[in-house]
Design a protein around this ligand. Structure first.
Ligand code: ATP
Length: 898
């Protein structure tokens, strides 16, 4: 079927690349013609035979051979390699770079190296990471690996992708779990991204102000956002359209370079408006985060910043990817280099291939110094290999290339020059798949429209005359020509396959559909809303949009005012509830913990109980000890939680002498067992106190996830055996550690839990109402999560401790009180008008049932106002609408992963 298509190429450079098809080289390009594919396939079979691992050979009956010392001569993947390639493939594991000219087999060596690692190092394929630059290159790499390893099926487990796709996956995974606030380590050299994010957004969404369902803005979306910001800026009001476009493109370039690791001050050294660029950058970051979006550069810089700041995350990825291989290393930017360095620094199994003379992406931040100097500096024991035989080009091409490169007097110019000594391929025009000499038919046309029609007619004529469509190709120079050609060929009924040019995802209609899908997933995505609010046309012009935006701001301000009032009331109520919990704990008739040896020696008086704000005649004293009931209650909650999902728990004994981190699988058993050992059920070695503090660290999506969280928490230094009798330091945490607030949070959570129990037990409706007001969706999980993310706003000053808690200034209890008063389950309430004001999409999405403001408020024409009801409003995008089939979308397909 393929051979019945005409082939159409875009762009001269691409044409040259496609010319590779004409050489019998075994290139694995996927979309070439059938005849050529069989031609190329036959050649590939002879040069890149399927890989058969040593293990496979042994399994097939040759079990007598020692596993660790395979005989290289029997390794099929080594066959056909020249001596230099072979040497690079067989090099001992460690950091190494392979420098080589074009067509010298760099990618081939990389794929064979993967085969070699699998064969001799007994590596699990999922621990091997292969990175390259473009989606196309990644596709080709996967295909070559599958050809090489196909028999084993191991290639399916390999991690192969571009820097960006890898970073997107890592980031989504990292964002799925709550992260502590700012870690102890800063991100040296990288832009202070999180410093640009308002603390409220961090409070709501965690670090970097992002949720895991973030949208990825493409270049177009970013341009539009920057354009909006620049045009709103008072300093840009005088710019005409052309100047505005140039300014936007300059700003975009600066932002991209800064995110790639450059410094503002280096880029804009003597620029008098450097401050202005920074200001636009700040607004741009804010715009992205409010839309819960990242741009392409963020994918890398945020992922790297997370790994730099949270060593546990870094360790996790290092453990996951124990062998890192990078193709086209000469094109890496600073941030990409940093990503590779971080991942590979510890285990050192790093294999990079590249050609310094092919470094052509410096304009977008690539630094050839990465392969030339930085690699050796960062991995000073790295070995180096060179491949000097060119398998792709004719000798004449090599000679010209070598002389051009020699003019640069580069220290590495000799890589390709030496390649000229390699084999000269036979090149025979008659052997090309086109089947012979080129023929030319001159077409003269004044306009491309007419030209396209003439081309189409000529193709049709040749086809009718019996020429195969697969033997014809149309080359064109600019994207604009696509539409005319496509239309003309359609009219002639000529099926065609398009190469290069505008990718499918760049087409207007595809982008529109994607924008609708993005809105479904991320209701804050203004860029997507603005793209489709008038698609199909609904008569909503720029003026209508502006009034809609203003109305959104007004609505949001009103909502924020109301939220602020609710928050104030809630904070007061929370103080009362927490006081009640504290008092009830003080009244709890638990036996006092046995004095620790230290306490006995120093015989200090016991700390005074906090003042009670509940009356001592509270019904609580008539009930069994609170802590026992709490433990039962946690068991029930745990069981319930376990029924729906996994979770990881932290338990801390009442006197802080023991802590336990475990998953739900184990927790109920442990709680019951421990309660059996509670007062009276003497166990000589264990203190035997009921657990007094329990919290869900986080819910987990899968068992694997639960295990990784558990491992992280278990990594936190455990409770020392000898503690002062207070519970103030159940975990020994390094100063300034990311978990430094944990004891405070634990205590507060316990207070809330106890207050809840007291309220329920007492049957006092006022207390129950109060409690519900404070903790509207209370479960152990979300209280802790909101507390943790609230504490992410480490920089925001907490309000002074309320007097009713009766704590000393500066004491640990004061910080608990501050935490109780200022950091909140009230994270459930909007705390700042800013995020609400800015997001049009979010404001529209919050409208119940798509209710719009009165027409006069928007200044729309009657038909436009009417059609707005059908516009992307909540009724259009809501899950209900999707559920009812108004909008049919396979949710998982929505930009979930790239
Ligand atoms: N030892 C060899 N014997 C025969 N053909 C080879 C050999 N090594 C590589 N080739 C062929 O040379 C061509 C170029 O190989 P490859 O794509 O791996 O080179 P490269 O250096 O990565 O190219 P580029 O410069 O485009 O990045 C491929 O068709 C490959 O099959």
């Amino acid at each position: 079927m393929f051979s019945r298509h005409l082939t159409i190429f875009f762009g001269a450079s691409r044409l040259l690349r496609r010319a590779k098809f004409l050489e019998p080289s075994g290139s694995t390009e996927r979309r070439t013609s059938k005849s050529f594919r069989s031609y190329a396939g036959a050649f590939r079979k002879s040069t890149e035979k399927p890989f058969r691992t040593f293990a496979a050979a042994r399994d097939a009956g040759d079990a007598s051979r020692p596993r660790q010392q395979p005989d290289h001569d029997t390794q099929i993947y080594l066959q056909g390699l020249n001596p230099e390639q072979r040497e690079a493939v067989l090099a001992p594991v460690g950091p190494m770079r392979v420098l080589a000219g074009p067509g010298s087999g760099k990618t081939r060596v990389l794929t064979c190296r993967v085969a070699h690692l699998l064969s001799t190092e007994e590596v699990d394929p999922s621990q091997i990471l292969c990175i390259t630059f473009t989606n196309k290159a990644a596709g080709e790499l996967k295909e070559r690996l599958s050809t090489l390893l196909g028999e084993q099926g191991q290639h399916r487990k390999l991690a192969v992708g571009t820097f960006h796709s890898l970073a997107a996956r890592m980031l989504r995974q990292m964002l799925r779990k709550p992260m502590p606030p700012e870690g102890p380590q800063r991100a040296p050299g990288m832009s202070g991204i999180s410093e640009l994010i308002p603390s409220d957004l961090i409070k709501q969404r965690g670090y970097f102000g992002l949720e895991s369902n973030f949208t990825i803005y493409d270049g177009d979306d970013s341009t539009k956002l920057i354009k909006r910001i620049v045009s709103e800026d008072k300093d840009s009001q005088h710019l005409d359209t052309q100047e505005l476009r140039q300014t936007v493109s300059r700003v975009q370039k600066v932002i991209s370079l800064v995110k790639g690791g450059a410094q503002f001050r280096d880029l804009l050294k003597s620029h008098e408006k450097a401050w202005w660029y920074e200001e636009i950058f700040r607004k741009y970051e804010l715009g992205l985060r409010q839309a819960n979006a990242v741009d392409f550069d963020d994918l890398l810089s945020i992922t790297v910043a997370v790994m730099q700041r949270w060593p546990a995350e870094l360790e996790r990825w290092r453990h996951r990817f124990q062998h890192v291989l990078v193709d086209e290393f000469q094109d890496t930017s600073k941030v990409q280099f940093e990503m590779v360095r971080l991942l590979a620094e510890k285990h050192g199994s790093l294999f990079v291939v590249g050609d310094p003379n092919q470094a052509i992406y410096s304009w977008r931040g690539a630094e050839v110094a990465n392969i030339r100097d930085r690699f050796q500096q960062s991995f000073n024991h790295a070995s180096e290999y060179r491949l000097q035989r060119n398998y792709r080009s004719m000798r004449s091409i090599q000679v010209v290339a070598a002389s051009a490169i020699a003019m640069r007097r580069s220290e590495m110019a000799n890589i390709v020059a030496a390649g000229c000594g390699g084999e000269q391929r036979a090149y025979d025009g008659d052997a090309s798949p086109a089947g012979g000499r080129w023929r030319g038919v001159a077409i003269g046309a004044l306009q491309f429209g007419g030209e396209a029609e003439q081309v189409a007619a000529e193709v049709r004529r040749l086809w009718d005359a019996g020429e195969e469509l697969s033997s014809m190709a149309v080359l064109f120079r600019t994207n604009r020509q696509v539409y005319a050609l496509e239309k003309a060929l359609l009219q002639e009924g000529v099926p065609a396959v398009w190469f290069g040019g505008m990718s499918l995802a760049d087409r207007v209609e595809v982008k529109d559909v994607l924008a609708y899908l993005r809105l479904l997933v991320n209701g804050n995505d203004d860029a997507a809303l603005l793209r489709v609010i008038n698609v199909p046309p609904r008569g909503i012009g720029p003026k209508a949009l502006e009034s809609l935006q203003q109305w959104a701001v007004r609505t949001a301000e009103a909502a924020a005012e109301e939220a602020a009032a609710v928050k104030k009331e809630t904070e007061a109520a929370e103080v009362e509830v927490v006081s009640a919990g504290t008092a009830a704990l003080a009244e709890d008739p638990l036996p006092a913990p046995p004095p620790s040896p230290e306490a006995a020696t120093h015989s200090k008086p016991p700390p005074a109980p906090p003042p009670a704000s509940l009356s001592t005649s509270s019904p609580v004293s008539a009930l069994p000890p609170l802590a026992e009931r709490m433990a039962d209650w946690f068991v029930d909650e745990t069981a319930a939680c376990h029924a729906s999902a996994s979770a990881v728990y932290l338990l801390i004994n009442s006197d802080g002498s023991r802590s336990y981190v475990g998953s739900t699988l184990d927790l109920p058993r442990r709680l019951r067992q421990h309660n059996r050992e509670a007062p009276g059920g003497a166990k000589a070695t264990a203190p035997g106190r009921p657990w007094r503090i329990a919290m869900v660290l986080r819910g987990c999506e899968s068992k694997e996830d639960a295990l990784s969280v558990e491992a992280t928490w278990k990594g936190v230094k455990r409770v020392p055996r000898k503690l002062p009798s207070s519970v103030s330091d159940p975990l020994q945490l390094p100063q300034g550690s990311v978990w430094a607030d944990v004891p405070v949070l634990l205590r507060r959570n316990m207070q809330l839990a106890v207050a809840r129990q007291v309220a329920l037990d007492s049957g006092d409706q006022r207390k129950v109402d109060l409690w519900q007001r404070v903790t509207p969706d209370w479960t152990p999980n979300n209280v802790v999560l909101s507390s943790v993310s609230a504490s992410a706003a480490a920089s925001s000053p907490a309000p002074p401790a309320p007097a009713s808690l009766g704590v000393e200034p500066g004491s640990r209890d004061q910080s608990a009180a501050q935490s109780a008063a200022g950091r909140s389950p009230a994270a459930a309430f909007p705390t700042d008008a800013e995020p609400l004001q800015r997001s049009l999409a979010a404001t529209l999405a919050r409208l119940p049932g798509g209710v719009l403001p009165p027409k006069k408020d928007l200044g729309l024409t009657a038909p436009a106002y009417k059609s707005l009801g059908l516009a992307p409003s909540p009724s259009y995008f809501s899950p209900r609408a999707v559920g009812e089939g108004i909008v049919k979308v396979p949710k998982r397909a929505v930009l979930g992963e790239i």
